[in-house]
Design a binder for this molecule. Structure first.
Ligand code: WTA
Length: 657
């Protein structure tokens, strides 16, 4: 490092507030800080600004219908179609030849779809779905890797009013079956496989295994992604994507008019109990909110090339690869593979080649880039970038500053966006052309979003004190319910701090947080039994039930331990059944059991066998203690335990490794 570098490094290290660069502010979509007051004074009508970004078949008559809270409804009376909003209207406006999707496969081939071409593909696939019998309101499951056919299928579903339920391709066969059964989904679109680190991965065997456990008849469409790299045969009730679509190319399929509150999609996510929750998002509120946040937070404009490196199998991909950016008419980049193939500069190569303007990724990726070193981004010209974003987990200031300096060249603001599957879109973040940035703190709540930090009694805490994050007013992108489970919806999100008798409803996202004097919120992480591994949400209960399903396991406790790159890693503490040995073989079976039930992302970092779990006198497992052991933290007082002697034993095993 040169002396200049050292000085810079030292300055960055100390600096805790960063003003948005002038060059960015000059062109930003939002620069007036008056927007906060304007939204507050004019709430909920302020959200008409979001609705105005959409094209409506019929105008709505009510912005917010709160008569049946917390089952809020937005833009009621209005009708529209999401696929029309993401495609047709841009084509009608003369943007037919503008690129909608710029896709790159891991082996290096690319495919470009203009808005005109994408519309054609979507219509052809919509016609195909109809031919197969899909009707309005049928749930279509999409178990697909990052290939263009995935967004095509999503938009085709939206076009004919069939809600999609995308299941992350990395999830297991079991996870697919559970989700298809839960949604009574009779249609599945999948692929034979995909490329990962140079290998052709078989996806169709996993699909078929999952289908065996689906308790109703299904029709499956298979995208042939791997060609000669993987032979596959179609079984009964399975069709080849290309063959069907070829027959329908040139078909025109009118977008179905949907009610504002009709379901656009379902997305299963992890919660406290073993059963994943089917989060229901509806058409108008969700689309308006993702479009509005794409414009205000991601600063997107039609001419931009924008890249979000998430997988479409998660909410980030739904909202900010597909719906938000396409509703605005932006060019969205999609990449199939990993960031380190063939080398660790793959992302920067893609960013340079496509002259990406705005880049959005997760802290876990940034920590990996940091570990690999700045020489990889330095190989490329990243000067096209104007804004950076992060999502999925708290970002530590060191990673933030590395991103700011080595990717953004100190010329790009960073938006650290806090939100959830349930919120549909961004909730807490700076507006990049308005607010100063404080590394590690997401920022203030967005205009119109009423986020407050409260104590266990629901009273607001002082600046600097840790408490619970709550949202005290509804917002257009909010989930409407959990699929066919209104009671669980209330239990999970509205029980804690609401006062139903007074009709006061407070949304509880199950995150801890603190707020400073400038109303900047630092999110501290989940306060329920949900882990955040590499920005992926995993329920400890789901993992535990997979582990106790393994022969020889009597009891298991799963917790998260600090991990340098992943943020959190899965630690499994396991008691064996009588007659079983806690050995390498059982440990492998446990890992396999978790991979089968959920997927490789939930793999335990470590399986620790123990004769007992530390329990309180009332018999509750002391998870906090197990977390401290996993993270290598100083262990607090253990005298309140019924069995304090097991603690040292367990700690020795974990730390001895
Ligand atoms: C966490 C992902 C800190 C949080 C969009 C939340 C974050 C959960 C941030 C939702 C952030 C997300 N800072 N924590 N910027 N963004 N989280 O549903 O714990 O996969 O509750 O949605 O991720 O994860 P989900």
């Amino acid at each position: 490092m040169t002396e200049d570098d050292v000085n810079l490094e030292a300055r960055l290290e100390e600096q805790d507030t960063f003003e948005p660069p002038e060059s960015f502010v000059e062109q930003a979509n939002v620069t007036d800080e008056g927007i906060y007051e304007e939204f507050e004074e004019n709430w909920p009508e302020c959200w008409e600004q979001a609705a105005d970004l959409l094209s409506w078949d019929q105008e709505y008559d009510t912005v917010l219908e709160d008569g049946n809270a917390p089952f809020y409804e937005w833009f009621t009376g209005g009708t529209l179609n999401a696929s029309y909003n993401c495609l047709d209207r841009h084509v009608e406006d003369g943007a037919e030849d503008r690129t909608a999707i710029e896709w790159e496969g891991e082996p290096g081939e690319t495919r470009t779809y203009t808005y005109g071409e994408l519309l054609e593909e979507v219509e052809a696939f919509a016609a195909t779905l109809r031919d197969l019998g899909v009707e309005e309101d049928d749930v279509v499951t999409l178990y697909m890797p990052m290939v263009p056919e995935l967004p095509i299928a999503m938009l085709a579903c939206a076009r004919i009013g069939a809600p999609h339920s995308v299941v992350f391709a990395g999830f297991s066969a079991d996870a697919l079956a559970t989700r298809m059964n839960s949604a009574s989904s009779e249609y599945l679109v999948t692929a034979d496989g995909y490329y990962r680190r140079g290998d052709a991965l078989d996806h169709i065997s996993k699909t078929n295994e999952g289908l065996e456990d689906v308790d109703h008849e299904t029709t499956t469409i298979v995208v042939d992604r791997l060609g000669d790299d993987l032979d596959h045969t179609l079984e009964d009730g399975q069709h080849d994507y290309e063959e069907l679509v070829d027959d329908n190319r040139g078909e025109s399929v009118e977008p179905v008019t949907r009610d504002a509150e009709d379901m656009l999609f379902l997305m299963y996510t992890s919660g406290t109990t073993g059963q994943p929750k089917g989060v229901k998002h509806t058409t108008a509120g969700y689309l308006a909110y993702t479009a509005w946040t794409s414009q205000t937070v991601l600063d997107l404009e039609p001419g931009d090339t924008y890249w979000c490196s998430a997988d479409i199998g998660w909410i980030t991909g739904h909202s900010y690869i597909i719906y938000g950016p396409l509703a605005l008419g932006t060019t969205t980049v999609m990449y199939e593979g990993t960031p380190d193939y063939p080398d660790k500069d793959r992302f920067w190569e893609i960013a340079e080649k496509n002259e990406v303007d705005v880049f959005y990724t997760a802290p876990t990726a940034i920590r990996a880039f940091m570990k690999w070193g700045k020489e990889y981004p330095e190989r490329h010209d990243l000067s096209s970038l104007r804004l950076l974003g992060t999502v999925g987990e708290p970002i530590n200031p060191r990673a933030w500053k590395w991103y700011y300096k080595h990717i953004g060249g100190e010329e790009c603001p960073i938006v650290d966006t806090w939100w959830q599957t349930e919120t549909g879109g961004h909730m807490i973040t700076t507006l990049p052309g308005v607010n100063a940035m404080k590394p590690g703190s997401a920022g203030p709540a967005l205009p119109g979003v009423d986020a407050r930090i409260v104590d266990a009694q629901g009273e607001e805490v002082e600046a600097g004190e840790a408490g619970y994050l709550t949202v005290q007013k509804p917002w257009p992108g909010m989930l409407r319910t959990l699929y066919q489970n209104d009671d669980r919806f209330i239990d999970e999100y509205w029980r804690e701090y609401s006062d139903p008798d007074a009709d006061e409803w407070v949304y509880f996202p199950e995150d801890g947080a603190k707020i400073d004097e400038d109303d900047y919120i630092t999110v501290l992480g989940r306060v329920d039994d949900v882990l955040n591994v590499s920005g992926h949400r995993l329920g400890t209960m789901e993992i535990e039930s997979a582990i106790v399903g393994v022969e020889g396991v009597a009891e298991a406790a799963v917790v998260g331990g600090d991990h340098e790159v992943k943020g959190e890693a899965v630690y499994a503490y396991v008691i064996t059944e009588d007659g079983y040995e806690g050995d390498e073989e059982l440990s492998e079976k446990i890992v396999e059991g978790v991979v089968d039930a959920i997927g490789p992302i939930a793999k335990p970092e470590e399986v620790v066998f123990t004769p007992e779990l530390p329990k309180t006198r009332s018999g509750k497992i002391m998870r906090r203690l197990l977390e401290d052991i996993a993270s290598g933290n100083e262990l607090g007082n253990t005298s309140t335990l019924r069995n304090p002697e097991v603690v040292d034993d367990i700690a020795e095993q974990v730390q001895g490794d």
